[in-house]
Write a protein that binds this ligand. Structure first.
Ligand SMILES: NC(=O)c1ccc[n+]([C@@H]2O[C@H](COP(=O)([O-])OP(=O)(O)OC[C@H]3O[C@@H](n4cnc5c(N)ncnc54)[C@H](OP(=O)(O)O)[C@@H]3O)[C@@H](O)[C@H]2O)c1
Length: 239
């Protein structure tokens, strides 16, 4: 399978938009998910030389899911790749440990997008994905969601709301991979690296373009590729 039908959530800016740009340049058919329809159209407009269409998808509003899914089904009858890229980092001070004083609202809002919304959208799209001969799901996680690294006192950000929402997302990756182990579906978590985006800030060591490497590889895994893993640049990282 060469040309894939790919949906990327939260792709109106940042890593999602750069992923759309690189995968579109490889000849894939790209759907940009954006919670704001106008921003999605503007983002797609910057890639107008390629097969890129924007669809309104707000992870906190499941009412936006059916129209997006119906549109893709009507055009292609299947979805080959879902890249769960949309995410929020709401912890107020990224340099502080928020474990003991995280605001309940921030904890809930973080999980609403990074976990609940992502799980709900993915489960909603699974029937359409299973119409593909080689369905792939990439969950954008982060090494700050790694319990092993925190247990080993790795010098990672202690933004508890964000970190724990990515840990929960990793649990979904493992459970979904197990549930679909006897099918062609492959689902993996990706740590793209610390990137210069609005979320990653200007202090990040990596350019956003470098972050696509892990995602692009997992999105186009061959039939004998891994499922249920956590990867950075094709290397397994600790849960
Ligand atoms: N940057 C890094 O260093 C880094 C490192 C590890 C993992 N990641 C992960 O990579 C992904 C992309 O990060 P990024 O740096 O590109 O972040 P970003 O620049 O903040 O962009 C986040 C994107 O997610 C969208 N989004 C937020 N809430 C949404 C919702 N409820 N529904 C739909 N879309 C929503 C945003 O839309 P709006 O424009 O409407 O806000 C935006 O398009 C995230 O999952 C992040 O956790 C990033």
């Amino acid at each position: 399978m060469n040309q894939r039908v790919i949906l990327i959530t939260g792709a109106n800016r940042g890593l999602g938009l750069e992923t759309a740009r690189q995968l579109a340049a490889q000849g894939h058919i790209i759907y940009i998910g954006s919670r704001d329809a106008r921003k999605g159209k503007m983002a797609a407009g910057t890639l107008k030389d390629h097969a890129v269409t924007s669809l309104q998808i707000d992870l906190t509003d499941p009412g936006t899911f059916p129209a997006a899914a119906s549109y893709i089904e009507g055009q292609h009858g299947r979805l080959d790749v879902l890249i769960n890229n949309a995410g929020v980092m709401l912890d107020e001070d990224i340099m502080a440990d928020s474990t003991h004083n995280v605001k309940p609202g921030i904890l809930k809002q973080s999980f609403l997008t990074n976990f609940f919304g992502t799980v709900e959208l993915t489960n909603y799209l699974l029937p359409l994905l299973m119409k593909s001969v080689a369905p792939r799901i990439v969950n954008l996680s982060s090494n700050v969601g790694s319990l092993t690294m925190h247990s080993n006192r790795a010098p990672l950000m202690k933004t508890f709301a964000y970190n724990s929402s990515k840990t929960a997302l990793n649990a979904y990756t493992v459970h979904l991979a197990n549930a679909y182990a006897d099918t062609p579906l492959k689902v993996n978590s990706a740590h793209p690296g610390w990137l210069k985006t609005d979320m990653g800030t200007e202090y990040a060591p990596m350019e956003v373009s470098e972050g696509v490497e892990t995602i692009s590889w997992l999105a186009t895994l061959p039939d004998d590729g891994p499922s249920g893993g956590f990867f950075h640049k094709q290397e397994k990282i600790d849960w």
